[in-house]
Design a protein. Structure first.
Length: 269
């Protein structure tokens, strides 16, 4: 014969369970609200990342100055504007810009860029780059193609494109394919007007700032921002721990929710 528990013990045990349930419910709601906001953020950023190509986030550059400042992206160390009409042609460090479009990322600082007929020509110390007027790169010249090395300056006139190098002057043919030493060219002369950037004072302040902003925004896309926000790294290493706390809160919501449901099931009362 089994001995039944005293009724008062059952009541005390049931009262304790009810007290636990009453204490858990408000915390369950609070944690649920916080977790809901966290989940909404993860959902929005997650969908944006998964469809970054559809939304063009992988190519959309961040142009908000405050956000670029937050990422520590500063203005370029060097900025040279070679043309403002009919199109803006500018170089920032190793990047070449056609209006607000980056058309080249060189390994070395750019020396000059100019429009010649239906082509754009840019030069660094070891290579020449030929573009269409829309900014499409169609040819790169270097040592293997016969381009002189150690280029220091460039110029152009009716004779062609001139290059000043440590070995002397060179002149291109009309197709920019062959380069001949100036000593073998009858038109060689000493009054060549070497290409120099437009002075900053000759440009409107808005033009200069727009070129600087283009150069800065070229280092950050909205896809990167969404990824950092999704992972919690946007606000620094401490935010990663905060994201972990949100994840634990979500786990607690699941746990307390399951426990409350289990205790309120009629068969458990």
């Amino acid at each position: 014969m089994t001995k039944s528990s005293h009724p008062s013990q059952k009541f005390r045990r049931q009262d304790w369970k009810n007290q636990v349930l009453r204490a858990l419910r408000p915390w369950h709601r609070r944690l649920g609200l916080c977790s809901a906001l966290f989940i909404m953020l993860l959902v929005v950023t997650g969908v944006a990342i998964n469809h970054s190509q559809d939304f063009k986030l992988d190519t959309a550059q961040v142009r908000q100055g405050w956000l670029l400042d937050y990422y520590g992206i500063s203005a370029p160390k060097s900025l040279s504007v070679f043309s403002v009409s009919p199109q803006v042609l500018a170089a920032t460090d190793t990047q070449l810009w056609l209006n607000d479009k980056r058309i080249l990322e060189s390994q070395r600082p750019l020396i000059g860029a100019v429009q010649l007929g239906t082509s754009l020509v840019a030069i660094d110390s070891q290579q020449a780059y030929l573009f269409s007027l829309s900014g499409e790169l169609y040819e790169t010249q270097g040592l293997s193609t016969g381009l002189p090395q150690g280029i220091e300056a460039m110029a152009y006139d009716e004779s062609g494109v001139w290059l000043k190098t440590a070995q002397g002057l060179f002149l291109s043919d009309e197709d920019l394919v062959e380069w001949q030493p100036a000593s073998t060219v009858q038109s060689a002369r000493s009054d060549i007007a070497w290409l120099t950037p437009i002075a900053k004072t000759e440009l409107a302040k808005e033009q200069w700032q727009a070129i600087e902003l283009n150069a800065r925004s070229g280092h950050l896309t909205w896809e990167r921002v969404m990824q950092d926000l999704h992972s919690g790294r946007l606000f620094g290493s401490l935010t990663v721990w905060l994201w972990d706390l949100f994840a634990l809160a979500l786990l607690m919501v699941v746990g307390t929710g399951c426990w409350i449901w289990w205790r309120q099931t009629p068969s458990r009362k």
